[in-house]
Design a protein around this ligand. Structure first.
Ligand SMILES: Cc1cc2nc3c(=O)[nH]c(=O)nc-3n(C[C@H](O)[C@H](O)[C@H](O)COP(=O)(O)OP(=O)(O)OC[C@H]3O[C@@H](n4cnc5c(N)ncnc54)[C@H](O)[C@@H]3O)c2cc1C
Length: 395
């Protein structure tokens, strides 16, 4: 063992969570020895880069809304805050707004959400059918749509640029970045001690964050940590319709669960959960048939002009579903000192990285919390206290 293999904190995984936690730690204490271990610096398969890069304040739980509000603050000055000596990040944040169509069954719940969001100062409003049709001229609303919830400041950006911003800045602040495959996280008794790489090298630290995203259970299980996570292959499609729009339309979520991002002109990105999403850690396959058989008709129900379109491309990414309650799992795992989580974000981890990074650093450094996320601590799993975002228990 050489002393250079000794660290105060190891981030196992260098996606958005690993890099955001490293940055927040070093920003508060530049003397910390922080190691980030990431197996693939191209991030080809990381969920962060394969995500839609969207952020929204339209949640029902107050801390989820507050996390997004804090995210908006960070994004507003991202280029300046995350500029390094040789790089200024450009995240292309486009606040086109997110519009969620609501049917009668969802009306009370949506209005409750809007009231909570507005009480926290969010730019969210209820739109009647006529206002929706004006905002989104491609829509032909079925009778069951009673209105919509519109978050004016919700929007999308380049997730790779945000990730690289956190990564470069944390390295400038002193983080060591190692490109290597982790074979195992290590403990002695009930205390974490570090990790072992696939090549046999061992790195030591009393605090290890398992921030390997959808792959987290692979390293957690041998330690006796049973994370309630499943990793699903979730597919996204790019399509061209037979009409050209000069203005960028809002992101649109249909009551049937399908969502669309207008990318400009005639291009859209379409996605959503499918009963055929399958459990995997390494199958990134993608199929046009999935769109044709499961999404197309449901889109046309709301957007008649989508009956003529071309599927031009697509991709799949791993979607880490928290089967316990679909919310973040944060903090130390009960009974295993030094094992820290930032997992289980389901479809909203990218936008929560700013608040999770700050909260995790405050936990480690014993600082007061600027935004208390204690309700998401991992101990709620052992205590069987799920926190649901909505009555359908989905997020
Ligand atoms: C299709 C899709 C769309 C999404 N859209 C959104 C969205 O619009 N908004 C939003 O907020 N969220 C979205 N999400 C969710 C979001 O992408 C994730 O919650 C978030 O990126 C998780 O970040 P992470 O750092 O935990 O995981 P990752 O980005 O996957 O990072 C984990 C890293 O760990 C590394 N790793 C794993 N195992 C090892 C090992 N053994 N050794 C070394 N390194 C290892 C991986 O290479 C990876 O880089 C979406 C997800 C998908 C799949």
């Amino acid at each position: 063992m050489t002393t250079s293999n000794n660290f105060d904190i190891i981030l196992a995984g260098g996606g958005i969570m690993g890099c955001a936690i490293a940055y927040n730690l070093l920003k508060r204490d530049a003397t910390l020895r922080v190691l980030i271990v990431e197996r693939d610096s191209s991030y080809d398969r990381s969920s962060t880069v394969l995500s839609d890069g969207n952020t929204r304040v339209q949640f029902n739980l107050k801390p989820n809304i507050e996390m997004s509000l804090y995210g908006l603050e960070v994004l507003a000055t991202f280029s300046e805050e995350f500029a390094t000596a040789d790089h200024t990040p450009h995240i292309d944040f486009r606040q086109q707004g997110n519009l969620y169509l609501v049917n009668a069954a969802g009306e009370d719940f949506a209005k409750q959400g809007i009231a909570t969001q507005q009480s926290l100062g969010c730019a969210v409003e209820w739109l009647e059918r006529a206002a929706i049709e004006q905002l989104y001229p491609l829509l032909s609303l079925p009778d069951d749509v009673v209105g919509g919830s519109f978050g004016r400041k919700d929007g999308s950006m380049s997730p790779l640029a945000v990730l690289q911003g956190y990564r470069r800045k944390s390295m400038e602040l002193g983080a060591t970045f190692l490109e290597a495959n982790i074979a195992a996280l290590l403990k002695e008794g009930d205390q974490m001690t570090g990790l072992r790489l696939a090549n046999g090298d061992v790195y030591h630290a009393p605090i290890v964050f398992n921030v390997t995203g959808a792959w987290a259970p692979i390293l957690a299980e041998p330690l006796g940590v049973n994370l309630p996570l499943i990793s699903l292959n979730r597919q996204v499609f790019t399509v061209e319709i037979d009409a050209h729009l000069d203005e960028i339309l809002p992101m649109l979520l249909l009551p049937n669960g399908i969502y669309l991002f207008h990318e400009g002109g005639s291009s859209f990105i379409v996605g959503g959960a499918s009963p055929d999403d399958f459990v995997t850690y390494d199958d990134f396959s993608w199929s046009r048939t999935r769109f044709e058989e499961q999404m197309w008709e449901k889109l046309v129900d709301y957007l008649p002009s989508f009956d003529r379109l071309k599927v031009t491309n697509g991709w799949s990414g791993l979607y880490a579903i928290n089967t316990f309650d679909h919310n973040a799992i944060l903090g130390e795992w009960p009974g295993l000192r030094g094992y820290y989580c930032a997992n289980g974000f389901s479809g909203h981890g990218f936008q929560q990285c700013h608040a999770v990074g700050r909260f995790s650093a405050e936990l480690i450094l014993g600082l007061p919390h600027e935004l208390d996320l204690s309700m998401f601590l991992a101990k709620r799993i052992a205590e069987n206290r799920p926190i649901y975002e909505n009555p359908a228990r989905l997020i």
